[in-house]
Ligand binder design. Structure first.
Ligand SMILES: *[C@@H]1O[C@H](CO)[C@@H](O)[C@H](O)[C@H]1NC(C)=O
Ligand SMILES: *[C@@H]1O[C@H](CO)[C@@H](O)[C@H](O)[C@H]1NC(C)=O
Ligand SMILES: *[C@@H]1O[C@H](CO)[C@@H](O)[C@H](O)[C@H]1NC(C)=O
Ligand SMILES: *[C@@H]1O[C@H](CO)[C@@H](O)[C@H](O)[C@H]1NC(C)=O
Ligand SMILES: *[C@@H]1O[C@H](CO)[C@@H](O)[C@H](O)[C@H]1NC(C)=O
Length: 487
């Protein structure tokens, strides 16, 4: 018993101690766009719906009863007014209402009264169908968004029915009572159908992935942390937003700090990405030993005045060519510690503590260690969105190079620092900035793309604001292909 309680307490403590590293805010503009898209989708689907059979018994006169069944009820035509959807802070959810829906239905009927049996087809019209449904948003134990129907209210103003076929007079005799009967039966089926729809969506949400493989080295965990928060004009979701190394998943020695994303009512969506998310990727690469590179002379640009060999190093390390005359060299460059990104208002800075181990390549191809340098550089950069791409620029704020260990005796590093810094500034950074100026395409899925995106670096996080556009769904594409083939 006690161990269970302790585990439970530990879980609660862990869950509370963690801050979301990615925050998503959906504004009313986003909700209304979603509603419009869903309404169009429902309108298309409704024509394909077959309603459940309705059967019952109605007492007529003192002794007689009419038993009836309506089957194969399909929607012929539906005048579907746009529903209204709003944030509903009271239940931390959404409230959907539909009013004044008119539906034309058709199907078959069967009836019996004593020994008299009849059957045929019918047309039906339901007028003034209305529905109010409140759905509470929550979080399940797996970190998925969850939906629970908390309130449902349906009404049907009135129903008109025409029966055709054998002995349809059975109904016509009691038409008014029958219409009322059907009306209340329909009314009673709406909310259970809505509940079923919600349960269906809930199942889909439960099956959604909350961890994604980004490349061969990293996964990104995006479960919800904490409950969704709903106020009168927005929905706030907090996601874990942490990268893990696939080879050696472990927690970094730093934590996500709390931050808040201001909602931008002019945009459908705002996403805040904290520097923790970026640094968890940095840590994962570092912990998996992936932040290192081996460099030899063949990788130095052909035009470079400095080659990676002992002769070429003479101006910087005079004793080197004397100890190892005209031999090629190699460098192992690696991160000494996790490179850390800081997001500050308007700028991103990166401090990267690196080291370079130098070797001489002996004629028998073995490596002899020469010395180790510490290379500390700080960079700062800006990011922006243009032409639908995320672009940026980087400059080097500080660069220091110092001798950490040496197998060949001491030497001054000033000149080496100067030439390395010049190389960075004239060769490496311009290349990097060329790539950043071309930029990277913004994330886009088969179902949606961003429209009008905007990015701003804030204290501790980057805020992305955007509108979204839903693209043709798979179903619509197949449907269109089908109609091309059939003509
Ligand atoms: C330099 O390294 C590359 C790849 O590690 C290797 O293919 C090449 O043979 C090396 N060149 C020299 C001169 O050692
Ligand atoms: C070393 O570099 C110099 C140019 O600085 C070049 O003349 C020489 O041939 C190179 N030696 C080797 C072994 O690559
Ligand atoms: C680099 O940046 C870090 C963090 O902003 C700072 O602590 C460090 O002093 C900087 N290093 C240099 C050499 O300016
Ligand atoms: C780098 O930082 C050191 C000490 O913090 C300073 O003396 C040096 O001028 C800086 N270099 C640049 C390029 O800013
Ligand atoms: C590097 O050396 C050149 C000439 O030797 C000098 O003009 C320049 O100012 C030096 N740069 C730095 C950052 O010390």
């Amino acid at each position: 018993m006690l161990p269970n309680v302790l585990i439970l307490l530990a879980l609660i403590f862990c869950a509370c101690g963690q801050n979301p590293a990615i925050r998503v805010v959906v504004t009313d503009k986003g909700l209304q766009y979603g509603r419009h898209a869903v309404a169009g989708w429902i309108q298309d689907k409704l024509e394909l719906v077959t309603l459940p059979d309705m059967s019952g018994e109605m007492r007529v006169g003192f002794l007689a009863r009419i038993g009836y069944t309506l089957t194969g009820i399909t929607i012929r035509k539906c005048d579907f007014p746009e529903p209204s959807v709003e944030f509903y802070p009271g239940f931390s959810g959404l409230k959907t209402s539909v009013a004044g829906l008119d539906v034309a239905l058709a199907g078959g009927w069967e009836a019996h009264c004593g020994f008299v049996h009849g059957g045929g087809s019918f047309d039906m019209a339901s007028f003034g169908v209305g529905l109010v449904s409140v759905v509470k948003l929550g979080r399940d134990s797996g970190g998925h968004l969850s939906l629970t129907g908390v309130n449902c209210n349906a009404q049907v103003d009135h129903v008109d029915v025409r029966f055709y076929g054998d002995r349809s007079w059975l109904f016509r005799l009691f038409e008014e009572r029958f219409k009322d009967r059907i009306r209340s039966q329909m009314e009673a089926t709406i909310c259970p159908a809505v509940e079923e729809l919600i349960a269906n969506l809930e199942n889909r949400l439960e099956d959604m992935k909350v961890s994604f493989q980004v490349n061969e080295d990293l996964t990104l965990d995006l479960p919800l942390i904490g409950l969704p928060e709903v106020d009168a004009s927005s929905l706030h979701l907090g996601l874990k937003g942490e990268f893990y190394s696939i080879q050696s998943p472990e927690e970094p020695p730093f934590e996500a700090r709390p931050f808040a994303v201001a909602q931008q009512p002019g945009y459908m969506l705002s996403v805040g990405l904290s520097d923790f998310t970026v640094n968890s990727a940095s840590f994962s690469y570092f912990a998996a030993g992936l932040l290192q590179a081996f460099i030899n002379d063949s990788m130095i640009p052909p035009g470079s005045p400095v080659r990676l060999n002992t002769t070429s190093m003479a101006p910087f390390i005079p004793q080197l060519p004397e100890m190892f005359p005209d031999l090629p060299m190699a460098l192992q460059i690696y991160a000494r510690d996790v490179p850390v990104f800081f997001f500050r208002s308007g700028a991103v800075t990166l401090s990267s503590p690196c080291a370079a181990k130098a070797f001489v390549i002996r004629p028998d191809a073995t490596l002899a260690p020469l010395f180790q340098l510490h290379v500390d550089s700080n960079f700062s950069g800006e990011v922006w969105v243009a032409d639908g791409r995320l672009k940026g620029s980087v400059s080097m704020d500080n660069f220091t190079l110092s001798l950490a260990t040496t197998e060949i005796g001491p030497f001054k590093t000033d000149a080496l620092e100067n030439v390395t810094q010049t190389l960075m500034e004239t060769s490496v950074l311009p290349q990097l900035n060329g790539k950043l100026a071309t930029g990277f395409p913004l994330p886009r899925t088969v179902h949606a793309q961003l429209v009008n995106p905007f990015v701003k670096v804030e204290e501790g996080f980057v805020a992305f604001c955007s509108d979204a556009e839903l693209l043709k769904t798979q179903f619509e594409i197949e449907h269109n292909l089908g109609s091309i083939y059939s003509t």
